[in-house]
Design a protein around this ligand. Structure first.
Ligand code: SF4
Ligand code: SF4
Length: 121
């Protein structure tokens, strides 16, 4: 069965010291890091990459927008990944997003699987 993925990044890191999301695209292609879970699945694609909306983080309304826009294109998303940039922002840059709490909110509210992290480098 095909699977579709969306990735949320940290707006302050994306395209600043992590350029063009090449790390996440590479890790996905290699099925490395948190993408290892798709190792046995051929029919998986990244359908969207977006950011948190800047501090203090607007992941809930941006998920609403994301899902609306995908549906308007006849698409869906099964799994949302929080990029490694977002994880690092919470660990080292005083990011106000509580990732575990946000994961639970998005999973409950939108019935999507949420994975914390993407690549390991
Ligand atoms: S960690 Fe991934 S999602 Fe975040 S900016 Fe880098 S490549 Fe993009
Ligand atoms: S620090 Fe957190 S809230 Fe601020 S831009 Fe980065 S991920 Fe978004």
């Amino acid at each position: 069965m095909s699977k579709s993925i969306a990735i949320f990044s940290c707006k302050k890191i994306r395209d600043v010291n992590c350029i063009a999301c090449i790390k996440c695209f590479k890790a996905f292609s290699d099925r490395a890091g948190e993408f290892e879970r798709y190792l046995d699945e051929d029919d998986v694609e990244i359908v969207a990459m977006s950011h948190c909306g800047d501090c203090p983080g607007l992941l809930i309304p941006r998920t609403v927008l994301l899902l609306e826009n995908l549906r308007a294109q006849g698409r869906e998303v099964d799994t949302i990944h929080f990029g490694t940039c977002l994880v690092k922002a919470t660990e080292t840059a005083a990011c106000p997003i509580n990732l575990e709490k946000m994961k639970n909110i998005l999973e409950t509210k939108f019935n999507k699987k949420v994975v914390i992290g993407t690549h390991n480098y």
